[in-house]
Design a protein around this ligand. Structure first.
Ligand code: ADP
Ligand code: MG
Length: 703
């Protein structure tokens, strides 16, 4: 049995029509090593090469074209690196330039002025002229009749490969010779037959054959559907197995009882009624921690949906059961604010809460270390300083990671080692995650959604203003300040070391000062180059209402809570991503007043920037914004998922194949429900496939 599948591991050196030299090029240029790699080197599309276009029919919509014409003239143009060979091809309806940058000598030798050629390639327009660079070209033989329409695969290739004769056409030939070598038995079915039947999927072998060599477009679509489904389904099975395995085998601390601390807080000090969503999510956490297995839960919710209180209730539950907990925040400012807020809420309860950050002084650090080790400290709030190896707990039972995307995978993994059993882990996102992303990138975690905002929130009014109208924006801020409110003005400072944007910020600050002169107005400024003390002082002055305006970079992006602030002005909005804008906007609208978000831009905007701004003005719903963000940027750029490897789908896309993903998840879930151990005969192909694929994927636990 194994020998059959091994043929796919054969080096391309041995494939007929390849040989060592081409194999080497394919390795270097396309990372294709084996038969199996080649098999999954999918065509970009197919074209019907019996179709020949007239040059006059080609327009801006055209992509790959095939034409037949006479070469009227050949010229060598340019010098050194700009040197290129141009051949002018005419078919009586128009002219196309054929261009070669490499392999010129050879092409010069074979092309004959006045002869007729069949030419295939990707059309481009340059200075109003139509061009094909490095076309496939062959002498046109009027005697061959190609009557039957058939689809030829077009493979992506590189200029270098084309110059060495490995063009799309040759790749097609190589692929044909691959299919002469392999049989259905080499690509056995890996899905349960009932699933294949129910969804009317092509068999695995057929799908691979037809994605390369379909007879018509419909077959190609069917091949695509089968392979996309398989990829997403296998991923869901894998994630599901990891999750179930953890539920079954990972030992975790038991939070048996809801005790006095929790009840006392809940009945007496909880400042509001929980929303339905908060109650539901807490219940899920309660169930997770009462099972004896380790909890690994992602809680996602929109800005302001009240994730903190859910975390606090969970920490009180830990305390009732004799465990310590910690809450990690991504910035010092946010850690301090959490510490302040939680201390206030807990002031009448027997809970000892402390804060540990990078700027905690040595003496205090020692005190905290002692308190953690002897168990006097129940709850530790802080930055990543918490996960340093030196920080040891007596009995850590729960670790909460706030605003998850700022932490790396490795950092979170360190939390696991803080007790004899790994503590329960609660990860809270800064903004919602698109559903498809949650299902794939975080699919090995359990996840909860807080999909309800606390009552009485007034929607924030968001508008877009050109920078020419900055003066009127400042007038508006003045009127809000006159009503006793405060305002943020945010500048893009992407990296703390970026000198240019630092200067922008300083210039902006001077400008704001000229609109809002002292002593009538006072301004706070916070940016990444300040010491933690400076940041803290400036922040505190704004929190207490001493200053009316906060000029800042995105260091205040996440979490910061100043309910009296009612205006958020964002400068150079075009430089920000959607989720960042939504996060920033979430700094206002936290009190009872109507709030405003003003997006300032220059007049030249890319289409993407325009679209980002439009969606910001159109909706306050973080879930909608997250979906749009994924659509605009693609999954590779979504923060926190870049390293996960979970999104390296070969053929499926979580943006375009949402519907297939949903079906794959459903089928995967019901299979695992019925036969988690993959014991049933029908599930053997899947089991064997998973075993052979082991180690080939990059799934990793994220916390
Ligand atoms: P986020 O989910 O963005 O972290 P927070 O936990 O900071 O949101 O909560 C935002 C604000 O809403 C806080 O001032 C908090 O006290 C308040 N809040 C949370 N839950 C409720 C609720 N159920 N009813 C009223 N206010 C709430
Ligand atoms: Mg928060």
């Amino acid at each position: 049995m194994e020998s059959h599948s091994n043929i796919l591991d054969t080096s391309l050196d041995y494939l007929k029509g390849v040989g060592p030299i081409r194999a080497d090029l394919l390795r270097k240029e396309l990372q294709l090593f084996t038969y199996g790699d080649l098999l999954t080197y999918f065509p970009l599309r197919h074209i019907d090469k019996t179709q020949i276009l007239r040059i006059s029919e080609i327009d801006f919509q055209s992509d790959y074209v095939q034409v037949v014409g006479k070469i009227t003239h050949i010229a060598l143009i340019g010098e050194k690196r700009g040197k290129r060979l141009v051949a002018y091809l005419q078919d009586g309806t128009g002219e196309i330039e054929l261009i070669w940058f490499q392999g010129i000598t050879w092409i010069q030798k074979v092309l004959i002025e006045g002869s007729t050629y069949k030419v295939f390639g990707k059309i481009s327009f340059f200075n109003g002229k139509m061009q094909i660079s490095h076309p496939e070209i062959e002498a046109s033989n009027p005697n061959t009749v190609e009557s039957k329409s058939h689809l030829e695969p077009i493979y992506p290739t590189t200029e270098k490969l084309k110059a060495r004769g490995i063009n799309g056409k040759l790749l097609g030939k190589i692929m044909e010779s691959l299919f002469l070598q392999i049989q259905p038995i080499h690509i056995p079915e890996n899905l349960p037959q009932s699933t294949v039947n129910a969804l009317r999927l092509l068999s695995r072998f057929e799908a691979f054959r037809k994605i390369h060599f379909p007879e018509d477009l419909n077959q190609y679509q069917e091949a695509l559907r089968r392979l996309k489904f398989e990829e997403l389904y296998i991923a869901q099975i894998r994630l599901g197995l990891i999750r179930m395995q953890r539920h079954r085998t990972s030992k975790g601390f038991l939070f048996k009882t809801v005790g006095d601390i929790f009840n006392n807080f809940y009945n007496t000090y909880l400042p509001f009624e929980l929303t339905g969503a908060q109650k539901r999510v807490f219940k899920e956490i309660r169930q997770d921690t009462a099972r004896g297995a380790q909890m690994n839960r992602l809680v996602q919710g929109d800005v302001g949906s009240g994730k903190t209180i859910v975390a606090l209730l969970s920490m009180l539950l830990a305390a009732d059961n004799g465990f310590q907990s910690c809450l990690m925040a991504p910035t010092e400012i946010l850690a301090r604010q959490h510490f302040q807020g939680l201390s206030d809420l807990l002031k009448n309860l027997p809970i000892n809460i402390r804060i540990l950050t990078g700027s905690t002084k040595t003496k205090e650090r020692r005190e905290i270390a002692a308190g953690l080790e002897n168990g006097e400290i129940h709850l530790l709030v802080g930055t990543h300083a918490i996960i340093e190896d030196k920080v040891q707990f007596k009995n850590l039972g729960l670790a909460v990671v706030d605003e998850q995307h700022k932490f790396g995978v490795a950092q979170r993994a360190k939390l696991w080692k803080k007790n004899i059993l790994p503590p329960h882990i609660l990860v809270m996102t800064a903004t919602p995650i698109p559903r498809t992303l949650a299902m794939t990138a975080y699919g090995d975690l359990d996840y909860s959604v807080i999909d309800e905002l606390p009552p009485g929130r007034k929607p924030i009014l968001t508008v877009h203003r050109n920078e020419m109208r900055r003066a009127s924006v400042m007038d508006f801020i003045r009127s809000e300040i006159a009503l006793g409110r405060q305002a943020y003005i945010i500048y893009p400072l992407i990296e703390e070391s970026e000198k240019l944007s630092y200067e922008d910020l300083m210039q902006g600050y001077e400008q704001v000062k000229s609109y809002f002169p002292e002593p009538k107005y006072l301004i706070s400024m916070v940016h990444g180059r300040q010491t933690p003390e400076e940041k803290e002082t400036n922040m505190q002055r704004f929190v207490t209402g001493n200053t009316q305006i906060m000029v800042s970079t995105t260091v205040i992006e996440v979490g910061v809570n100043v309910p009296n602030a009612s205006v958020m002005v964002i400068e150079s909005t075009e430089k920000f991503g959607l989720s960042q804008l939504h996060q920033l906007r979430g700094r206002v609208g936290r009190g009872s007043e109507k709030s405003y978000c003003i997006l300032i831009t220059g007049s030249k905007l890319s289409n993407d920037a325009r679209e980002r701004i439009k969606i910001m003005c159109d909706t306050n719903d973080g879930f909608k914004i997250a979906e749009k963000d994924l659509e605009l940027r693609g999954p590779g750029d979504i923060e926190g998922t870049r390293q996960s490897g979970a999104l390296n789908f070969k053929i499926a896309s979580i943006v375009e194949d949402k519907a297939i993903l949903e079906v794959a998840k459903q089928y995967a879930e019901s299979l695992l429900e019925e036969d988690e151990q993959l014991i049933q005969p029908e599930n053997q192909p899947l089991k064997i496939f998973l075993a052979t694929q082991k180690g080939k994927t990059g799934w990793s636990k994220i916390s």
